[in-house]
Design a protein around this ligand. Sequence first.
Ligand code: ZN
Length: 430
Amino acid sequence: MCSTRGFRPHTIGAVCLDLSFPPASASLCRTAADFIGIQDRYDKVGFPSAAKLWQFSLMTAIQLTQELVRINTINPPGDEHACARYLGKYLEDHGFSVALHEFAENRTNVVARLEGSDDELPLCFTGHIDTVPLGAAPWSCDPFAGDMDGDKLFGRGTTDMKAGVAAFVVAAVQISSAKRPKAGLELVITAGEETGCEGAAYLAKKANLLAKTGAIVVGEPTSNYPLVGHKGAYWLYLVSRGITAHGSMPDKGDNAVHKAARAVGKLAEFSWKACRHPMLGEPTLNVGTIQGGMNLNSVPDKAVIGIDIRTVPGQQHSQIREELTELLGDEIELEEIVAVEGIWSDPDGDWVQRVYGIAENILGEKPEPRGATYFTDGPTLAKACGDPPTLIIGPGEAAMAHQTDEYCSVERLEQAVEFYQRIAQDWCKV
Ligand SMILES: [Zn+2]
């Protein structure tokens, strides 16, 4: 039995049973990260896999958020493996079938399933576990401690979106402990969302990793207000090439910056061909970066322009690419950086209306159709799961995402657990 002397007060959610490790190892049993370390050693010494060293007790969403925040998953580089394993183990211990899928070393997604008794499509909850970097400004609290002050739970990734992941995991575990649901649950916990939905794209691309689902809830920050869609993001590098020469003899070279400048001029005049979404408005195009030339006294042989296009649902990336190629001509090469489509679910659809009804009860107001200002894994996953209606609902606040001293409201976090539970009860018929 593992001594609890080494536990920090906040780790009361993790307990160990039947630990027959040498005494020296017992003092290591402290945090989520320690758990992973012990599990790794356990794997190495070759104990039978059926032996259960660890059993997680039920955690509250606050405790689980704290544990997730304590595992650094800043992206880049990402390194979501320990966090994914931690969640995978927790869900496995509570009746879910769990599979971990890596799209690169230590870039790990989790897909966890709870089977339903009937032949109905499952409900999917999804969220990402990577976070953005801390930024240059100093934090006034430890970004990896999960400290609380009143209603605020601080830490990198609390709002965006470890609190959302913790809330739906806690809600799902509560569903799994009730009688067998009629419809199942599928939890898709992704890596690499912040740098362009890499984890979701991997899951979507590989056959049979994702099930067909009836509806999707994306736990990104909305202060628990259900949002029905968002624009897509299409980020490109536009590359011009030339021939370098001495700066005193520009006629001997071919100036790549001149080509880039011509391209920027054309982009400034660019207008979209008749595509306006009634709620999300028009697509936009922003020239965000321009880089070219190595030194002032040479003819530059390469320049790169970075553009950020926000698309509306239904706009095809291939069509945009064609339009840009036609506009910019053959002196510009297009390099895709991020390609996430927009999404919009019918606000009058049956499931959305049912969720609106639950929201009215929980939030005290009837939601109206609104979209998010950011993009999510939602469209990528939805496309691979049979295009079900998709809502974005999460306890974080959008304005707090990526901020110094990021925090999530504890009240919102607990409200999200209730909201998710009721959505799951409604769908899974438990
Ligand atoms: Zn996010």
